[in-house]
Design a protein around this ligand. Structure first.
Ligand code: ADP
Length: 296
């Protein structure tokens, strides 16, 4: 439904350049949460952002969303500098914050009306129905939020984002409040949607399994304050991805081991950002003192 342009996908569809965020501090000096954050995201890529709690992941994501003022450096999306929110970037937060007096259809339609004021009634209806279908909500169209489980409500939040036909989809710990079975269900739904739509996507998560299962690359942040990009892990699994196949692949556990050992042993370091792929990972030797985690 949303065709990609014919030309080669841009390798710098989203560019973070020397990004900095300083939060004002009532005692005088600003608190610098993030600095010198540099990262390029390819068009259609699914990238994960992980790091310790409080390191600045949501700060980076909300600056990309245009919801959090940038203190230094900049972010470019599809050749346009970000300075405010826009429908080209849709965000799904941990809680979907649906309008309780609207049913599922109306909750998705409200955004579509705002973003496509000149579309015909039928066009808007088709967009909403398509988003509800890809999110598996055909049977819940007339339900109100209080009649739905947390997982179903989050599906509505995802449908609302997808219906805006965003250039970039931003997921801020979207499954953090869900039980593990529902989380897996929604992860599979996200993968199915992105197999069809190829939307450039960034997910903030602290779940390393989730990051490896979903992402093409996982960007690891150093500890804050003044957090920056630490390492990048390239996940070599092909798409479409199948959960059972991936769980049975020893590389899955090597990727997880790398992320966990980064978080436990290297996130406090301020070394220049490094990229690891499958091959470099197989030859990656831990430094003395690094802890062993999973064994593949
Ligand atoms: P993460 O998403 O990695 O858990 P955040 O981006 O939420 O981390 O926060 C990064 C740091 O910035 C934390 O130390 C947090 O306390 C601080 N911070 C976040 N939002 C604000 C704010 N509005 N005002 C002041 N400090 C903030």
């Amino acid at each position: 439904m949303y065709p990609l342009p014919n030309h080669e996908p841009s390798s710098k569809f989203v560019e973070f350049s020397n990004l900095q965020k300083a939060y004002p501090n009532p005692y005088g000096e600003d608190f610098v949460a993030v600095e010198n954050f540099n990262l390029n995201i390819k068009q259609g890529e699914f990238i994960g952002l992980i790091g310790h709690s409080g390191c600045g992941k949501s700060t980076v994501l909300t600056m990309l969303a245009g919801l959090n003022a940038i203190s230094g450096g900049g972010i470019i999306v599809d050749n346009k500098e970000i300075d405010e929110p826009g429908p080209d970037r849709a965000v799904v937060f941990q809680s979907p914050c649906l309008m309780p007096w609207f049913n599922t259809y109306q909750n998705v339609m409200v955004g579509v009306k705002n973003v496509y004021p000149h579309a015909s009634k039928k066009e808007r209806h088709d967009i909403v129905m398509y988003a509800l279908e890809v999110c598996g909500l055909q049977d819940s169209i007339k339900k109100h939020p209080h009649e739905m489980s947390g997982g179903q409500q989050q599906r509505v939040g995802i449908a609302r984002a997808i219906a805006l036909k965003p250039k970039v989809l931003l997921l801020d710990e979207p499954f953090g409040r869900l039980d593990s079975l529902t989380r897996m269900d929604l992860q599979d739904t996200i993968l199915q949607i992105l197999n069809k739509e190829k939307i450039t996507t960034m997910i903030v998560t602290h779940d390393v399994d989730e990051a490896v299962f979903l992402c093409d690359r996982v960007a690891m942040m150093t500890n804050g304050p003044r957090a920056t990009l630490g390492e990048i892990l390239e996940v070599g699994f092909e798409r479409p991805r199948n959960r059972k196949d991936i769980m049975n692949d020893p590389m899955f556990y090597r990727y997880i081991d790398h992320l966990v050992s980064y978080l436990m042993d290297r996130a406090h370091l301020r070394e220049p950002a490094k990229t690891y792929d499958k091959n470099s990972l197989l030859s990656f030797t831990k430094k003395p003192g690094d802890k062993a985690t999973h064994v593949a």
